[in-house]
Each structure stands twice: as structure tokens, then as C-alpha cells.
Design a protein around this ligand. Structure first.
Ligand code: BGC
Length: 609
């Protein structure tokens, strides 16, 4: 019997061939992408900068002007090395620290909580040095820029001085103090070999339901501008003006993130408002020396900020003459379109110079190579971005450091810096209400009862961005709580009793004074978006119980923003806004007992009627 072959129509054959080609093509692309490896430098080519110096290469000669050094270095770099400089990689996604050398990564960062295994100052220094030493062993020995969110002190690191969050600094309206706070922060950062902070935050806040309200100096553009500039001047390491532009005025309910309500949302203002309210702090900070700017995660006029050529290039770089580099925020670059390639091309062409890469750098290198090969990103744009980044590395002196430079870890949490933090706390307290001159209190008051969830809790009084992204609970970092501050301020004859929940035994014999310290639990970013920031039922109960056993009641609120206490405060004799004071709770006691006067004024509206 003759064998029967199946009959194929011409169309079927062509369709099958088409699918086979597409399938094999996709397979090859995936294979190439997965196995993409950067050019490896032979293992024995391990140089230190000190070795390089013997070559007399101009970029290593610190007597030459920076521009000349940058030109010389750029001229020696391959396209791959330039692409690497544009990558800012979250340290937890780096599988092998040697990748810093083989990919020539420009920056490594700690997303908050991106900590070393041994979470101590020494652990941080060792971690940073590992990446740094890898970078120095690359072909041209280009140092890596390590970045952290030093939002209120070098606050990732247990043991660092934790300053009041910016909203409290906004209440001080004291530019010189803010400059000193920044100086101390920069000093503590440098001790761990970190030269880049993703601060100051220059958002001008209009809606206090936003979970990032406390990261801002407040709602007045002039205050934000003046304090922001002071911060930039004081920091002494690379600062980042963020979040460009209009993050303080996003619309409630417009968030791009399903977990949030306002954070990462849409800025629905016209260009005039953007220019009059939100741009001035950036302009002033740039005049003051800010050399990196972070593009926000917000959307304006239907466009993601990192895709906005007009705002990033025409306004920021051309109109404001910003000479530093623009860094994207977290995964922002890839939120532009479904195609990673397209997103990257759009944002780099819009003006992003350094791309924050929280999860994966290999695909970045691959797509950038493709974009340059195809001409979707020009050589000129690449050189411009890398030039800006290298310029700052030279300006920071990273190329001129010596391998034997030994940073001094003892500055972390030094008494000197703690004293600045304590002064900042003193100056940040705002007296919202003071019936019959209840405050200041006498140090010789006979009997005081102290209560409240935030009275004896360093984690709570420090807020978010403290050791962990969402903050911590309890007293396991160094510092003074408000309770311990009170105890060390009053006379020996004063009796102080503490109950967190306000459960005091002697109800028939009232205390002279009750002090209740309550407020918000720590949060960060959109996790703090709240329809109605106010006190919890538990806090209100504690206040009631304490009032019942006190002749006079003082309520101290620890919060990142104004809380709505309109229905309750009539019952209280005095009310103090202490914001998020940080590690030096003693500063609160200093003011309650009159060692320092109330000087703070509201940086943002707090309605009491
Ligand atoms: C925040 C930035 C921060 C970055 C790095 C982002 O989620 O929006 O303000 O600098 O993370 O931690």
C-alpha cells in the first residue's frame, strides 16, 4: 500500500514557516538576553587607582581642571563602560560585588532597609568598601557613587544621630540650624564612605493626607526653598533635590499604585502653579549647589515625570542651567510603557542621566546597548549623561582618595551631633494651645503622671525612614525618649509615675500634672496616605484616663503632619506639636519645663477650631 503523506496547503506551509521563524527568533533573543555578559576584564588585570597613577593619565591628575579630567576619561571609555556609569543599582540585587567592576556600574545604593548583614556602622563601612574596592579594580578604576536616603540624619544606620524629620525643621524656620543638621548628617555619612544622599526633599505640600508630608519643610515655597538651600550647602556630600516636580500637589485618589491614594499620583495643576509654587525651591537649591535632581513618580499633563523632556531638559537643564545629573526614582523609568526598551529610550532622551535600578541591571545594559546600536539613543546623549555623572564624582574627590584613608566611625551619634539634634528638637516644638499658662511646667512640681504610646518609644518618636523604611518600634537604638528626658529634667523631689495606657492607681489623689504623649505610628511614602489623619481610639482613651487623674493635662502630639483633634482638645489645658523629633527626646522635655522657650511656628496649617 502506498504511504500517504498528509496534504499541506501553501498557506498552511507559509504560516508554519512564519511561526517557526518567530519562535526560533524569540528563543534566540531570550537566550542572548539571559546569557548577555558584559566584556569581562581578565582576572589578573586588577589595578588600584594608585597603580594607575603611575601611568600619568590626565584624569588621575588632581591638579588639572575637572572638565579636562572628564574629557580625558571619557575618551578612554568604551560604550559599555559609559552605559555602566548610567546605572544606579540597589545593592540587594547585586549578586556578586565583582559585577560592579565587570559592568562598570556608576552607582550602588541602599533602598531603605538595604542594609549589611551586620547592621552596625562598621558593617556599613565594610559593605560600602566591598563595592568600592570592586569598582577600583575595574579597567579604568572609576569609583562607585554609593547613595542612601539620609532623610533625617544618616538614619539607615543604627547608632547614627536621628534628627527631627523635615516638617519639624520647617517649624524652626532656622536656616543656619538646618545647615548644621545637614553638616552633621554629611559627616556621619562620610564616616561610612557614603558620599551621596537622596535628600533634601523639596516638595511643597498642599494636602496633609499625603504620607510624605513629614519629609517636606512644609507648605510655603519660600521656606522650602530657603531651608532646602541651607541643607544643600551644609551637607558637604552630593545632595539630591527631589522630587522634581509638583509632588506636593498630587490629587487625592489619583495614585498610580493600587496600594496608595495620593502618593505616586497625578499633579493636576497648570504650568503657572507648577512654576510659581513648586519650581522655586529647585531653582534656589540649584543656585545653592545641588548637583543631582531626582525625577518624581508623579504624572503631569498625562506624562510620567521621567518621560517629560520639557520639564527635565528644557526647563531644568536649559532654563535653570542645571549642570548636575538627573536620577530617576525607583522603578519610575519602567513605568512609562509596557515595553522596557521603549520606556528606557523615552526617559533617557527626556533627560534622565542615571537610572535607578532596584531589581535588575543586566536588562538595562542590554537595552541600552541596543538603543545605542540602533540610534534610538544618540552617542551624544550618552556622553552628556556620563559627563554629568563623572563630573560630580571628580567634584566629590572620589578619584583622589587614597586607599589608606581611614574614616572615623566615632562621629556617628557623637555628643556634638546629638547636641545639634537636641537643639533642633527644642526649636521645632509648636505650642498650639496653652490655657492659663499651663506651660512651661515647674521642675519642682510635686507629682507628675506620664502616659501615652509615644512617651517612651524611640522608634515611634523617630517615624519612618529610621533603620527600616517603615520605621521601627521600641528603644533599641541610642537616644533619649521623652519620658527619660522628663525624668532627667525634674527635681529630685518630684515624683514621676509612668503608665503607657494611662492606668494609674491613685484616682482619688490627683497628680498635679498629667503629660500624655501620643500620635502616629511610623510609616513611609504611600503607606502613610490617610483619609483623615487623627488620633487613634486607644490614644484618646489614654488621654481620657490620664485626665481623670490629673489637675492639669498637657498633650504632646508626635506626628508627621497636623492631626485633627478639633473635637477633643477643649478638654486639654495645653497642646504641643512635637512632629517627629528623632533620637533626642530630651529636647521635648527641655521646652516643656522651660529650659528653652517655645519658638517653633507652624510650617503648614493645623486647624483647631
Ligand atoms: C522614594 C525616593 C527614594 C528612593 C530610594 C523611592 O521609593 O520615592 O524618595 O529616594 O525610593 O530609596
Amino acid at each position: 500500500m502506498p504511504i500517504k503523506f498528509p496534504q499541506f496547503s501553501k498557506t498552511k506551509i507559509l504560516t508554519s514557516v512564519f511561526f517557526i521563524i518567530v519562535g526560533v527568533g524569540t528563543g534566540c533573543a531570550i537566550f542572548l538576553y539571559k546569557n548577555y555578559n558584559p566584556p569581562q576584564h581578565p582576572g589578573n588585570e586588577t589595578y588600584e587607582l594608585d597603580e594607575f597613577r603611575k601611568n600619568n593619565w590626565p584624569y588621575l591628575n588632581n591638579s588639572l581642571p575637572i572638565d579636562e579630567r572628564v574629557d580625558d576619561l571619557l575618551g578612554r571609555m568604551t560604550t559599555e563602560e559609559k552605559i555602566g556609569q548610567m546605572a544606579l543599582v540597589e545593592k540587594n540585587s547585586i549578586v556578586d560585588p565583582l559585577d560592579v567592576a565587570s559592568y562598570g556600574l556608576g552607582g550602588v545604593m541602599s533602598g531603605f532597609g538595604g542594609k549589611p548583614e551586620l547592621n552596625t556602622p562598621q558593617g556599613w563601612l565594610d559593605m560600602v568598601n566591598t563595592f568600592e574596592s570592586s569598582a577600583r579594580h575595574s579597567r579604568l578604576g572609576i569609583p562607585v557613587l554609593y547613595g542612601v536616603d539620609a532623610n533625617h540624619g544618616h538614619s539607615n544606620v543604627p547608632g547614627a544621630t536621628i534628627f527631627p524629620h523635615f516638617i519639624g525643621l520647617g517649624a524652626t524656620h532656622d536656616a543656619d540650624l538646618v545647615r548644621r543638621v545637614a553638616q552633621a548628617t554629611g559627616e556621619e555619612m562620610r564616616a561610612t564612605n557614603i558620599y551621596w544622599s537622596f535628600s533634601p526633599n523639596l516638595d511643597v505640600v498642599s494636602d496633609t493626607r499625603w504620607g510624605r508630608t513629614y519629609e517636606s519643610f512644609g507648605s510655603d515655597p519660600n521656606t522650602v526653598a530657603e531651608l532646602g538651600k541651607a541643607y544643600v550647602k551644609g551637607l558637604g556630600v552630593l545632595s539630591t533635590a527631589k522630587h522634581y516636580l509638583g509632588n506636593g500637589e498630587m490629587e487625592w485618589g489619583s495614585s498610580n499604585n493600587i496600594n496608595f491614594s495620593i502618593d505616586q499620583g497625578v499633579t493636576k495643576v497648570d504650568e503657572e502653579t507648577l512654576r510659581n509654587t513648586h519650581l522655586p525651591p529647585f531653582k534656589v537649591a540649584i543656585e545653592g549647589g545641588a548637583k543631582s535632581v531626582m525625577a518624581g513618580l508623579n504624572t503631569w499633563q498625562g506624562q510620567k515625570m521621567s518621560a517629560n523632556h520639557y520639564l527635565l531638559t528644557e526647563v531644568l537643564k536649559e532654563e535653570l542651567n542645571f549642570q548636575g545629573f538627573v536620577v530617576s526614582d525607583w522603578y519610575g523609568v519602567y513605568e512609562i510603557s509596557f515595553s522596557k526598551y521603549k520606556s528606557l529610550v523615552t526617559s533617557v532622551n527626556a533627560g534622565i542621566d542615571m537610572v535607578m535600578l532596584p531589581f535588575d541591571y543586566k536588562s538595562f545594559v542590554y537595552y541600552m546597548n541596543e538603543a545605542l546600536r540602533s540610534g534610538d539613543i544618540s552617542e551624544e546623549r550618552l556622553n552628556d549623561a556620563v559627563r554629568r555623572i563623572l563630573h560630580e564624582k571628580f567634584a566629590l574627590g572620589l578619584f583622589d582618595r587614597n586607599a589608606n584613608d581611614r574614616p572615623d566611625l566615632s562621629v556617628l551619634g557623637s555628643q556634638y551631633n546629638r547636641d545639634i539634634a537636641r537643639e533642633a528638637v527644642q526649636k521645632s516644638l509648636v505650642l498650639l494651645k496653652n490655657e492659663n499658662d499651663t506651660l512651661p511646667l515647674s521642675k519642682t512640681t510635686r507629682r507628675i503622671v506620664v502616659a501615652g504610646s509615644a512617651a517612651d518609644n524611640l522608634g515611634k518618636q523617630s517615624g519612618g525612614w529610621t533603620v527600616e523604611w517603615q520605621g521601627i518600634d521600641g528603644n533599641w537604638i541610642p537616644g533619649t525618649t521623652i519620658l527619660s528626658g522628663i525624668k532627667s529634667t525634674i527635681s529630685n523631689d518630684t515624683n514621676v509615675e509612668f503608665s503607657q495606657t494611662g492606668d494609674f492607681s491613685t484616682t482619688n489623689n490627683k497628680a498635679d500634672i498629667g503629660i500624655v504623649v501620643v500620635g502616629e505610628n511610623p510609616y513611609a511614602e504611600g503607606w502613610g496616605d490617610s483619609t483623615h489623619p487623627s488620633l487613634s481610639e486607644a490614644d484618646l482613651t489614654t488621654i481620657k484616663k490620664t485626665k481623670a487623674v490629673s489637675e492639669k493635662l498637657v498633650v504632646v502630639i508626635i506626628s508627621g503632619r497636623p492631626l485633627d483633634v478639633r473635637k477633643f482638645h477643649k478638654e486639654w489645658d495645653a497642646l504641643v506639636a512635637a512632629w517627629l523629633p528623632g533620637s533626642e527626646g530630651q529636647g521635648v522635655a527641655d521646652v516643656l519645663f522651660g529650659d528653652y522657650p517655645f519658638k517653633g511656628t507652624l510650617p503648614i496649617v493645623w486647624e483647631l477650631d
